[in-house]
Structures are given as structure tokens and as C-alpha cells.
Design a protein around this ligand. Structure first.
Ligand code: FAD
Length: 338
């Protein structure tokens, strides 16, 4: 993260629509940088329903959301996109000569001629427990997702939460971790019945410790290394669980957040655009996909793809003023990116 990057187009959001916009930019020989708050591409498809089949993508009678994202990333790859993942765009400020400066919370600046807001319902981020000193431990011994099971091998892991993620990871990590403790404020879990029953059984067998009804109350340790997690009942009765890692699964929050403060015409949490060009009320700033609204808008991935094509065609003359854009079909261009 960090640094100033000069490019033609900055795409905010690497959901399905942002990913397809990379391809469209590439086809019109526009350079682009892509920023997403999540540390993976795919937006809602990856974060919310990777294993669910989608039935309304033209040409795919059925495709798993994660597979669609893999294909979109593959289609964009020949154009060598520059991804800035795990960074939320917080500021949009005018640059020189009609350019824009897109700033992230990690200190990256993208200096671009046009901004393509493909931000879905806003930035995704994990809901975090309100614990003192949390920041010191994040990414070191407090995590909101599991990248590799092996990272927790032999460790004492506290898992907090009452949904599918908490239950599924408790079951899975119990095979590799030194100890798994599950903290939830209720005895009942909102998880698939089969998984909840499995968790129950593992608890009965003494493989997993159920710490219910308790809530997280504090962290103990130093220099980002956890030694214990403090938990408390609603009555305030406290105890400390010796632990090397805390996994908090309290769901993802979506936050239009900073986008609402950029002077864009926001209607009911969506950005109003001209449906002919996807242009917003702010010159040089375009919006596509779920975040964009206009009369007759249908919130489907396939509509977002078309909006990406229209927006990028509208952006072309900003980057190459006076240069005629000879419309070509992808088939007449040979291998994309070559
Ligand atoms: P998103 O997928 O929402 O991606 C936006 C990205 O922008 C996110 O990754 C977010 O982190 C990022 N972002 C936002 N703000 C910022 C910021 N300030 N800085 C950095 N990054 C930011 N659609 C269909 O067409 N067919 C289906 O069958 C279907 N099934 C669905 C099932 C479920 C359970 C759900 C929840 C949705 C379904 N949808 C379906 C809807 C579909 O997922 C959305 O229409 C689609 O994801 C929109 O894509 P997008 O790229 O516009 O936005």
C-alpha cells in the first residue's frame, strides 16, 4: 500500500462488475487501477455466496459464484490490472486538468482521468468486537477470516460468534488446533442444523470447549501476541481463556460510508446516473453495478456488465480527446491484451 499511481481510470470495487470493467477498459486501451476494501476480488459473490449457483449469466446455464469470479479475473488478466486490495477508498478530490485523486485508508493515491464507482452496496468489512487495544492484535493474533487452517495448528484458538462461520470453523479447526473454545452469548447457534449438531457432539466428546452464554470482554497479551481472552456473562461474571488466537465471526457490514460524502447525487443509498453513459452529476465520475440507479434499473450482474461497457465507452473521449473511437467487436481484435 501507499504511493501515487497515475492511470486513466480508477475502478472502485472489484466485484463482478468492477472486474468486467477492467476487461472493457483493456479493450479500449485504457489503463486502470482497481481498489477494493476486501482483500480478495469478487465482491458479494466471493464474500456472501461463493458456493451458490447463479442461473442468469448469459451463456452459463449454471455457474458457482466463485467460478464466475475466477473466470472474470481470468478475462481481465491479459490487461495486467493493478489491484489494491484490502484498502478502502476514503477520499475523492479534484486533481489537475480535470483529473481525480482517489485516496485510500492505507495511504495509496490513484491519480486518474476518470473514476468508475463499482462499489456495490459500499465497502465490506468485518463487524469488529468493541475491545480495547484491538488494533494492536489485528492481523497478528486476532483475525476475521481463516486464510490457511495450518496457521492455527497446535494453537489455543478462541472462536467468537454464533453463525455458520463460527460453527464451521470451530469444527474444522478442531482437527488441527491445540484447543478450540467457542464463545457465544446464547446456547443456541444460527447455523445449518447438521453443523450445529456436529458442534454439539464435539463438545460432548470434549474436543471443543463451549463457553456459553459469554461475550468477549477483553484481550490480554503484549506486542500483538495474545495470551488470553477475557469473557463475561451478561451479569458481568468474568473469566479469562488462555489463548494464542482469537477468531471473531460477527458478520460483514456494508457501508456506503465515504462515498456518500463525495458530492455525488445519492438517492436511497444509491448513486444516480444518466443511464445513457453511467455518468454521475460529478464530471469524470461514473457509477455502475449495484450502486448505480436510474429509472428501470435491474440489480443483476448481467446489467452491471452492460453498464461497464457503456461507461467505459463514455470515458474513452475524456482520456483520448478528439481521437475517434472505432468501434470493434472483441472478435476482430485477436487475443485480448496482446
Ligand atoms: P459488489 O459485488 O457489491 O462489489 C462491490 C465491491 O466494492 C465490494 O467488494 C466492496 O468491498 C467494494 N467497495 C465498496 N465501497 C468501497 C470503497 N469505498 N473502497 C473500496 N472498495 C469498496 N445477482 C445475479 O445477477 N444473479 C444471481 O443469481 C444473484 N444471486 C445473489 C444471491 C445472493 C445471496 C446475493 C447477496 C446477491 C445475489 N445477486 C445475484 C446480486 C449480485 O451479487 C450483485 O448484483 C452483484 O454482486 C453486484 O456486483 P457489483 O460489482 O456491482 O458490486
Amino acid at each position: 500500500p501507499g504511493g501515487v499511481h497515475r492511470t486513466d481510470v480508477c475502478i472502485i470495487g472489484a466485484g463482478p462488475v468492477g472486474l468486467f470493467a477492467i476487461f472493457e477498459c483493456g479493450m479500449l486501451k485504457l489503463d486502470c487501477h482497481v481498489v477494493d476494501a476486501l482483500d480478495m476480488v469478487g465482491g458479494q459473490c466471493t464474500a456472501l455466496y461463493p458456493e451458490k449457483p447463479i442461473y442468469d449469466i448469459p451463456g452459463y446455464p449454471q455457474v458457482e459464484a466463485a467460478t464466475l469470479i475466477d473466470r472474470l479475473a481470468e478475462q481481465a488478466a491479459p490487461f495486467k490490472p493493478n489491484y489494491h486490495l484490502g484498502q478502502q477508498v476514503t477520499t475523492l478530490t479534484p486533481g489537475q486538468d480535470g483529473r481525480w485523486l482517489v485516496g485510500t485508508d492505507k495511504g495509496t493515491t490513484i491519480d486518474c482521468r476518470a473514476v468508475l464507482v463499482a462499489a456495490g452496496c459500499g465497502a465490506f468489512g468485518p463487524n469488529k468486537p468493541p475491545l480495547d487495544g484491538l488494533g494492536e492484535y489485528e492481523g497478528k493474533s486476532v483475525h476475521y477470516l481463516v486464510r490457511r487452517r495450518q496457521d492455527f495448528a497446535g494453537k489455543r484458538v478462541v472462536i467468537a460468534g454464533g453463525g455458520d462461520s463460527a460453527v464451521d470453523w470451530a469444527i474444522s479447526l478442531s482437527e488441527v488446533a491445540g484447543r478450540v473454545m467457542v464463545v457465544h452469548r446464547r446456547a443456541k447457534f444460527r447455523a445449518a442444523p447438521e453443523s450445529a449438531a456436529r458442534l454439539d457432539q464435539l463438545a460432548k466428546d470434549g474436543v471443543i470447549d463451549m463457553v456459553v452464554p459469554y461475550q468477549l470482554a477483553g484481550l490480554e497479551g503484549e506486542n500483538g501476541r495474545l495470551s488470553g481472552v477475557k469473557v463475561a456473562t451478561l451479569e458481568g461474571e468474568e473469566k479469562t481463556l488462555p489463548a494464542d488466537a482469537l477468531l471473531a465471526f460477527f458478520g460483514l457490514a456494508m457501508d456506503l460510508g465515504p462515498i456518500a460524502s463525495w458530492g455525488l447525487n445519492v438517492e436511497h443509498h444509491h448513486v444516480a446516473v444518466n443511464p445513457a453513459t453511467m455518468a454521475t452529476n460529478v464530471p469524470g465520475v461514473y457509477a455502475i453495478g449495484d450502486i448505480a440507479t436510474y429509472p428501470g434499473k435491474v440489480k443483476l450482474i448481467l446489467c452491471g456488465f452492460a453498464e461497464a461497457a457503456m461507461a467505459v465507452h463514455a470515458i474513452h473521449p475524456l482520456v483520448h480527446p478528439g481521437e475517434a473511437l472505432h468501434f470493434e467487436y472483441s472478435t476482430s481484435r485477436g487475443v485480448p491484451g496482446s
